[in-house]
Design a protein around this ligand. Structure first.
Ligand code: MRU
Length: 368
């Protein structure tokens, strides 16, 4: 997508031909800065410290992390070591393990001399596949937005609520939940996006809002607890969120707070869709609530906030009383029964085992 007239992806091969450049997402929304990854350890730190985040982008960064490792040392031990280092960085988003398994599948049978080139090749392919998947999600989700627009009085925008950042910054390009939004906007269908701020790390307020602003999509940032009220007053036509892991039966794990939005949508008859790229399906897991490990992050993210002061300085301030305990669960699970549909690259499907298995039979077979 464009940043000040220049096309960017979130990750690309640096001009030296082997290191990897990323956008440092910890600096948003006030500073746009890139960072360079030259070792698997730097790739792991970028994922762990959330310079890159969002399930699909975490997966692609891990794939490049393996490539960086193979450039240094392409032995079996180094390959296994890179896998172990990277797989431990974040526990919930399944794209991480999917991408690492994919790298192992391709690299393991090769000789040491072949591995580095093959690793860079497969990492680049995974990045390209992500872009193509998101574009297809955009086309499929656009049909839903277009049909809502057709039922609204002429000139009225479709109001879409989204949570966290499932935009192009969470992927290589286009985003998952935002792909239908960008496609609709670019096709001339009027949309307006309610952006949940998404405490504690504010991915909505600092990332989604920044993206939409740069692309010229009308949007309004709202505190996380506003969505239910808006739905009760007919101000939300559809909710579209992303996912970090979706189970074989269609339970959706996503950023903490997604479940509460799904409940509010259910109570108010608002369609609740999940944009789901196939690498985010975990066929080995059925019951999302019981089986998906939920990342718990440091309390500092809850007790402190960072922002820009009136004179332009970036400062972090404490917002809770010292001595109060805080909890920081990063994700929650929305049971499939609250999901109106899954917008995948192969079409919009029901959130149930049969529909998911029918749409992605090869993935189901792999897992069995
Ligand atoms: O903790 P994060 O910022 O990595 O969480 C990201 C989300 O929850 C996104 O909504 C999800 O990864 C889908 S991204 C296309």
């Amino acid at each position: 997508m464009n940043v000040n007239g220049r096309h960017y992806r979130t990750i690309w091969l640096a001009d030296d031909g082997w290191s990897v450049d990323i956008i440092d997402q910890t600096k948003f929304p006030h500073v746009f800065e890139t960072a360079r990854l030259g070792t698997p350890e730097e790739a792991a730190a970028a994922i762990r410290d959330m310079l890159v985040r969002g399930a699909p982008l975490i997966g692609v960064t891990a794939a490049y992390g393996v490539a960086l490792a193979m450039k240094q040392d392409a032995s079996d031990a180094a390959l296994a070591g890179a896998y172990e280092l990277l797989v431990k960085t974040r526990p919930t988003a399944i794209n991480l393990r999917w991408a690492l398994d994919e790298m192992m599948r391709v690299l393991k049978p090769l000789s040491e001399g072949e591995r580095a080139a093959a690793a860079y090749r497969r990492a680049a392919e995974i990045a390209e596949e992500d872009v193509a998947i998101n574009q297809a999600i955009g086309r499929n989700g656009f049909e839903i937005i277009r049909s809502i627009a057709a039922r609204k009085p002429p000139g009225e925008r479709v109001n879409i609520l989204t949570h966290c950042n499932a935009g192009w910054l969470a992927t290589v390009d286009w985003g998952t939940a935002t792909a239908p939004i960008y496609t609709a906007h670019d096709s001339g269908v009027g949309v307006h996006v309610w952006v949940d701020e998404t405490r504690p790390r504010n991915q909505g307020a600092s990332l989604t809002a920044w993206e939409l602003l740069h692309h010229g999509v009308p949007h309004t940032v709202i505190p996380d607890n506003t969505g239910g009220h808006l739905m009760q007053h007919g101000l939300v036509d559809i909710a579209i969120v992303g996912t970090d892991r979706t189970t074989a039966q269609g339970d959706v794990c996503n950023k903490i707070g997604t479940y509460l939005k799904a409940l509010a949508a259910h109570d108010n008859g608002v369609p609740f869709y999940v944009a789901l790229p196939s690498p985010t399906i975990d066929f080995r897991v059925v019951d999302g609530i019981r089986e998906i490990p939920i990342e718990q992050r440091g309390g500092h993210e809850v007790s402190h906030m960072t922002g820009r002061t009136a004179d332009g300085r970036i400062e972090t301030v404490e917002i809770t009383p010292r001595g109060s305990k805080v909890a920081n669960y990063a994700f929650d699970v929305t049971p499939a029964r609250y999901v109106t549909g899954l917008i995948t690259e192969r079409g919009v499907i029901a959130a149930n085992r049969d529909a998911i298995g029918e749409a992605f039979p090869e993935r189901l077979a792999e897992a069995q």
